[in-house]
Design a protein around this ligand. Sequence first.
Ligand code: FES
Length: 170
Amino acid sequence: MSSEHPPGDRGREKWREDFPFTSAGEDEVTRREFVRYLTLGSAGAALGSLALAGMTQVRVPAERVPTPIVDLDDIPVAGSHLFRYPTDDDPAIIIRPTQDELLGYSQRCTHLACVVHYEHDDQELICPCHHGIFDARDGRNTAGPPPRPLNRIDLEVREGVVWAVGGGGH
Ligand code: FES
């Protein structure tokens, strides 16, 4: 009777030659695969988180749609009117330093986005958060930490109504 196995290897099954992993070896392969899948899964989750964070940080510029804001007669001389433009998330202010003068600004401070308010006597827009000051006549940052002027909002008066027609936002 001939043997399929060399001497000393007697009793070893044929399938072991075709599939030479032991139980311990199989566990090791499984563990290795598990670690690989875990690593790939973690990397995928990290990339997904980064992509999500990026999407929330990138703001698509809002479209500037001409919008009626307020009747001119409802803005007192030496006073202001608050509104939102170009979106409901963008606080904005119209100031009326004189009878014939209207100026529109984003109300967001250019430092850390607190809202500014109008001080007519000093002709300034003041940010209370860190004492930022802007010139009310042109929006220039004149004191405190704000790094740049307020964003202007373009205004037009149409048949007694003040319209926002551009600018504003961040
Ligand atoms: S947020 Fe306006 S000065 Fe800091």
